[in-house]
Design a protein around this ligand. Structure first.
Ligand SMILES: [Zn+2]
Ligand SMILES: [Zn+2]
Length: 230
């Protein structure tokens, strides 16, 4: 697990062929995997879940100095050993790190150390994908976006609900608000009379139409969140 790239490094990565090829289809792959594994609503407790995954042969806690909070050692036959820093045990961050390593296990090639040396750009993209995927495993968008809108973007409440860390929930709230601002859905208004609504108001009580925020989150005409189709 590495920190997300920022600034120039991120710009460089966005031009990488591995990113172009994987960006659009990556989240649908995660959703399909979640359906296949019977967790379309998200992974409640990642600790027992990861141990039950096909191909995960062991989850071990490392003592002493660790190269990263977690890492996934995947072999040519596809079997993985997941290592976690012992200091993570029982923390909210552990939930995220386990899901991050599970995404490497599902989607990324074995021998990541060799791979990293050969193509560091793609290896960094795999890290970004693992972070997105981990967030999705804990807080599936179709559920998270709806609750975030209903609860006025309260990251603490969302983190509690999904048994996720506050940081992970806050990152998702930030990303969602940025996307909603880009779509012009914030501030939340009535598309008919233009009245300013509260962030928690999903419709105009007077005109009985969905608010700009609700339209952006659910799409026009859909009032309820539903698992995305593959
Ligand atoms: Zn990683
Ligand atoms: Zn109105």
């Amino acid at each position: 697990m590495l920190a997300d790239p920022q600034g120039d490094e991120l710009e460089l990565l966005l031009g990488h062929p591995a990113w172009k090829a994987k960006y659009a289809e990556f989240l649908p792959l995660v959703w399909a995997k979640m359906r296949e594994l019977g967790v379309p609503g998200g992974v409640r407790d990642a600790v027992p879940w990861v141990r039950s995954l096909p191909g995960v042969v062991a989850v071990r806690y490392a003592q002493g100095a660790c190269p990263a909070p977690g890492w996934c050692v995947k072999h040519e036959d596809g079997a993985s050993v997941i290592w976690l820093a012992a200091s993570l045990r029982g923390t909210a961050q552990e939930q995220f790190v386990i899901c991050h390593e599970a995404i490497h296990h599902f989607f990324h090639p074995p021998g990541s150390y060799v791979f990293r040396a050969r193509d560091p750009g793609a290896a960094r993209i795999y890290e970004i994908q693992a972070n997105w995927g981990a967030s999705e495993l804990k807080m599936p968008s179709w559920k998270f976006n709806r609750l975030a809108a209903l609860w006025g973007f309260d990251a603490e409440r969302l983190a509690r609900h999904f048994n996720a860390s506050f940081t992970a929930a806050q990152n998702r709230v930030d990303g969602l608000i940025r996307r909603l601002l880009r779509k012009g859905a914030l501030p939340n208004r009535c598309p008919r009379c233009g009245r300013q609504l509260l962030p928690s108001e999903l419709g105009c009580p007077k005109c009985r139409v969905m608010s700009t925020l609700a339209r952006a989150v659910f799409g026009p005409g859909r009032g309820r969140g539903a698992p995305p189709r593959a």
